[in-house]
Design a protein around this ligand. Structure first.
Ligand code: ADP
Length: 321
């Protein structure tokens, strides 16, 4: 086992981010290419923080795919588990930025290479070596990536790896809202750590008060060690089997919120991977979330996901200021 390795599984893509906020996609005068894709963001986020991470997923054998593989390497993310599909293209996302930094996405997935990852392409040795295996739910939408996802998570679980799940709801990508809910919940009970945002908790609790402890507790399963609910600028709430609480956010001027949740996850997992006993100690865990909130906050101050992920020095500087 590589004692603090976090292996991130799923999509990696290019976000086309408009150079000017507040315009529709058609009116944007120009776009900047920014690498992204939630699990890849987490992998790079951890490496920027000085942690050890790897990415497993598939891109197209095209200009974008090679660019993404290089970006992982430049950021010290192990990309040996990355695959290239000669017959499919890398996923692309076109982002519309509102003036408050919130965004909407349009995807090229027709199907994109990430959706075509197969079980026999997985690097199981890498998965079994990890301290934490992190994944989203987009790979569950269609086959063959769904079977690959399930096989990878099972291999991790069987090897005693901690499973971390961020469903990363992108409702328009699912055939129906019901299929999204079922898909997201289908792997809920195998995760040790789950991170959701406000939109996801509302979606999953279906009209019940998402701030009511009893409602949140219904999302618990017996093996869940940590449930995190991020609340944008307000920070996060945390729930374990023993305790729960809230850690307030770090104040910044938001430019582009893309990648905030992933930066938060990276900040959390980078620390948990090297010391899982943090999960038992509420005071130390609160410090982890304070750090993770700053990771998320710094990420929203710049356009794009991966380009905006902070280094450990930047986070510590911001905390001390
Ligand atoms: P997601 O990106 O998954 O929707 P959130 O928007 O809840 O997740 O953001 C994740 C974390 O990033 C928050 O918990 C917070 O720490 C930080 N964050 C996000 N938006 C802001 C903001 N506008 N100002 C400060 N921190 C933010």
């Amino acid at each position: 086992k590589d004692s603090s390795l976090v292996v991130c599984f799923g999509e990696m893509l290019i976000d086309f981010v408009p150079t000017i906020s507040g315009l529709s996609l058609a009116d944007a005068p120009a776009f900047k290419k920014a690498p992204g894709g939630a699990p890849a963001n987490v992998a790079v986020g951890i490496a920027r923080l000085g942690g050890s991470s790897a990415f497993i997923g598939k891109v197209g054998e095209d200009e974008f795919g090679y660019m993404l593989a290089d970006i992982l390497k430049e950021n010290n993310v192990n990309n040996e588990g990355m695959r290239f599909d000669p017959g499919a293209r890398t996923a692309l996302a076109f982002v519309t930025l509102r003036n408050d930094g919130e965004r909407e996405f349009m995807f090229y997935r027709n199907p994109s290479a990430d959706m075509l990852l197969q079980e026999n392409e997985l690097d199981f040795d890498l998965i079994r070596k990890a301290a934490i295996f992190h994944y989203g739910s987009i790979s569950l939408i269609t086959e063959p990536s769904k079977s690959a996802h399930i096989a990878a998570a099972k291999a991790a679980k069987d090897a005693g790896v901690i499973l971390s799940y961020d469903p990363n709801l992108r409702l328009p990508l699912w055939p129906t809202a019901e299929s999204a809910r079922e898909g997201i919940l289908s792997i809920w009970d195998t995760a040790d750590i789950i991170k959701i945002n406000e939109e996801e908790i509302s979606f999953l609790t279906q009209g019940e008060d998402p701030y009511d402890d009893a409602v949140v507790r219904k999302l618990f399963h017996p093996n869940l060690k940590l449930l995190l609910v991020t609340e944008g600028p307000h920070g996060c709430r945390y729930y374990t089997q023993e305790f729960s609480g809230r850690v307030k956010g770090f104040k910044v001027e938001a430019v582009d919120t893309t990648g905030a949740g992933d930066a938060f996850v990276a900040g959390t997992l980078a620390q948990l991977a090297s010391d899982l006993s943090l999960l038992q100690d509420e005071d130390r865990l609160r410090d982890v979330f304070k750090f993770a909130n700053v990771c998320g906050a710094l990420t929203v101050t710049e356009r794009g996901a991966i380009p905006a992920l902070p280094t450990k020095e930047a986070v510590l500087d911001a905390i001390l200021k």
